[in-house]
Design a protein. Structure first.
Length: 188
């Protein structure tokens, strides 16, 4: 019996001693909580860790909290603002030219002019863009690859190096009437 009491006291006493709430006995006491939280427009900003906590409520799914660094939040707001000005979606385009170098801008312009001369009846949008370090000539903004392939088949003889490419395209008009109505208003 004395052995049982001895074992219980040896194993239980440390549990009782070290389960105290007092932090003074710890060799590395926890730092005091210096986080200051500001509230504003439903977003909590933690100034110590430079994060933003968003509390989102959805009546059907519950609550969601996410901690986002402040810089990421600011960049997201800039991206959202810029996206409103020029909305784009994933789609397909026909790439006629992509090149870099001393005369690449001039070559890209010449290819675009050549396309417009050889295919004046083509109603597809043409784009001359600079994506570092290349200038690109893209024709058409298509939602499906099949639509882009149709244009490619028409121009393949004149531009044998052209190919269909996945790209971010400008939002097309939802109905053809919208384009003609907007053109009529611009003419007036």
């Amino acid at each position: 019996m004395s052995r049982l009491i001895f074992f219980v006291s040896v194993f239980m006493m440390p549990l009782v001693i070290f389960s105290q709430e007092n932090n003074a006995w710890k060799s590395f006491p926890a730092a005091p909580d210096t986080n200051t939280v500001k509230t504003g427009e439903g977003i909590l900003t933690d100034t110590l860790s430079n994060t933003v906590e968003k509390a989102l409520e959805d009546s059907t799914r519950g609550h969601l909290k996410s901690n986002v660094p402040i810089k990421v939040q600011e960049l997201n707001e800039i991206y959202t603002e810029q996206s409103k000005n020029k909305p784009q979606i994933k789609g397909y385009t026909v790439l006629l030219y992509s090149g870099s170098g001393a005369n690449s801008k001039l070559k890209a312009r010449n290819i675009l002019l050549e396309f417009n001369e050889k295919f004046p009846d083509c109603n597809s949008a043409s784009h001359l863009t600079w994506k570092s370090p290349n200038y690109e000539v893209r024709i058409g903004d298509y939602r499906t690859k099949l639509e882009a392939e149709r244009l490619l088949q028409k121009i393949k003889e004149e531009f044998p190096t052209a190919f269909v490419k996945k790209a971010m395209i400008e939002l097309p008009a939802l109905r053809p009437e919208e384009e003609s109505e907007s053109e009529e208003l611009e003419e007036k």
